[in-house]
Design a binder for this molecule. Structure first.
Ligand SMILES: Nc1ncnc2c1ncn2[C@@H]1O[C@H](COP(=O)(O)OP(=O)(O)O)[C@@H](O)[C@H]1O
Ligand SMILES: [Mg+2]
Length: 508
């Protein structure tokens, strides 16, 4: 079992992770727990919750002990006893050390020790969970699981031929459902054809044996995704938000110019490295503009009104999703967290009606009568007068609010294109420093895939002939990501963490 201690920050002296706490004789609840040097243990119902559901204040008299037979123990402070359980014995020992460190005022040493303990050394042989992971050991060495998506496991590893770290995404049962299979074939083609510093680069694609039951996509490796960064309990600076928006828009501008929509822009599909360089990933739902558009697109919370209301759509859907992501970066909670599609429409329409009533007055783009009538019937949210009420943490930035509101226009025709959004004053300082020259691109041809019937052999033939190939990255990737242009070299030097929040001062 992998460690459930998700974050040990030696410089901030905090430890965070999942623990179970006994809430009655029979029930254990799982909480996200954060312990800091002030001897405060906060526990949260969810990773992204803002308010803890409970707090334990440790004192010098608090005692922590482990159950010798189990992966848990006791925290005894005064009259109260809290019984906790970790995911493994090793985790329980680490939590005990950290709790005792906090009590003794030596959390600094304890976090440093645990941070080095929990940094996974490369395993000598693949761990058990990779046993059903197919790979050629002369080409790849696997390290650890880094993500699990809708199709399967993503594992970090090393490309032994190029001597580079890589990520390998396994898609199991790839041809069990032929609609899914077509989506996968499309994803691989797009990854091979779209080459841009802000889009995840593919290194290799291979299948397991002749039956193609499993397909493996090998890409460059990044450290984390935006979801984890947003909920890491350390707010993002304004400069981070601007830098991430800039890079997202650069990636989207490139995709859209190639006639491709991403359609699933959300924090989990936005990868980041330690230099804050950003790459959009997961082209599983991406499609060319010219093809038949289906309704099955974009995770609900980031879904644009025209998709929720089953109208026709274009690249503006990605700009709406970007708006939702911007608000989530600032507020550290999803902007419109609808429980289902109807609730999602209600949340979106009631907010937009409150802050910009005229935007929801025409609704000419909503072709479905029932959908239009439903939107008309929704009351404006009485708590909001402007976007500053919806996203209060951005209320100190007039340009920030203006940028956000331009992306979150209800009618897609009123949203800017990615190129136009890059010209917004909110991104002025980024563009000044890093440039804004559009990268060259040609339309991606998916005609053979779109024409292909839902036929297992025919789809496999397309893959075999065109897309199952090793595309080793240029040697330069060793030093500096993927073959960066001048703009991107500048991006690498710029580290927004050192910047302040002063977007307004830099603007014209
Ligand atoms: N190249 C990579 N580097 C680092 N993490 C990755 C990489 N690719 C994927 N991940 C992680 O795995 C998760 C799932 O990958 P994704 O491609 O989005 O698959 P799915 O289509 O199943 O959602 C991502 O949210 C991310 O956390
Ligand atoms: Mg994904």
């Amino acid at each position: 079992m992998s460690s459930q201690i998700t974050h040990v920050n030696a410089s901030e002296h905090t430890i965070e992770g999942w623990l179970r706490k006994r809430s009655s004789v029979f029930t254990w609840r799982r909480y996200f727990v954060s312990l800091n040097e002030k001897r405060v243990v906060n526990y949260y119902a969810r990773l992204d919750a803002r308010q803890p559901v409970g707090t334990i204040r440790l004192s010098r008299r608090t005692k922590v002990s482990l159950d010798p037979k189990k992966e848990g123990g006791l925290i005894v402070h005064g009259e109260k006893t809290v019984r906790f359980a970790a995911e493994s014995r090793r985790d329980a020992v680490l939590w005990k050390e950290m709790l005792q460190g906090a009590i003794a005022g030596t959390l600094l040493e304890a976090t440093a020790r645990v941070a080095s303990d929990t940094a996974d050394p490369p395993p000598k042989s693949p761990p058990e969970e990779f046993e059903d992971f197919f790979f050629d050991p002369s080409c790849y060495a696997l390290s650890k699981a880094i993500g699990r998506g809708s199709y399967g496991l993503v594992v970090s590893g090393r490309d032994l031929r190029a001597e580079l770290p890589c990520a390998i995404k396994k898609i199991g049962n790839a041809f069990a459902d032929l609609v899914d299979a077509k989506r996968i074939v499309r994803e691989i083609r797009l990854m091979h054809r779209l080459s841009h510093p802000n889009l995840l680069r593919i290194y290799d694609c291979y299948a397991n044996g002749l039956d193609f039951d499993e397909i493996y996509i090998v890409t460059e490796l990044l450290q984390t995704d935006l979801h984890d960064v947003i909920y890491a309990r350390r707010p993002l600076s304004r400069a981070h938000v601007q830098f991430f928006c800039y890079q997202l828009l650069r990636g989207l501008e490139h995709m859209h110019a190639a006639g491709v929509l991403h359609r699933d822009v959300k924090p989990g599909n936005i990868l980041l490295n330690e230099k804050c360089e950003l790459k959009l990933c997961d082209f599983g739902l991406a499609r060319c503009l010219t093809t038949d558009m289906t309704e099955y697109v974009v995770t609900r919370w980031y879904r644009a009104p025209e998709l929720l209301l089953s109208s026709s759509y274009d690249g503006a859907v990605d700009l709406w999703s970007l708006g939702c992501v911007v608000a989530e970066m600032v507020e550290r909670r999803p902007l419109f967290g609808g429980r289902d599609v109807i609730d999602q429409i209600r949340r979106v329409a009631s907010a937009v009606k409150a802050v910009r009533p005229r935007d929801v007055a025409q609704l000419a783009f909503v072709t479905n009568h029932k959908a239009r009538a439903y939107v008309m019937s929704i009351e404006a949210n009485e708590h909001y007068d402007s976007w500053a009420d919806v996203v209060p943490k951005l209320s100190d930035s007039k340009t920030g609010l203006d940028f956000l509101s331009s992306l979150l226009r209800f009618d897609p025709a009123n949203r800017p294109s990615a190129s136009r959004a890059l010209k917004h004053p909110f991104l002025y300082s980024m563009v000044q420093e890093l440039g804004n020259a559009a990268t060259k691109t040609a339309p991606v041809d998916l005609a053979d895939i779109e024409r292909c019937p839902l036929d297992r052999a025919a789809l496999q033939q397309i893959l075999r002939l065109n897309d199952l190939r090793y595309t080793p990255p240029p040697a330069a990737i060793n030093n500096n990501n993927n073959n960066p242009s001048d703009d991107d070299a500048a991006a690498a030097d710029q580290h927004p963490a050192t910047d302040n929040n002063g977007d307004e001062q830099k603007n014209p």
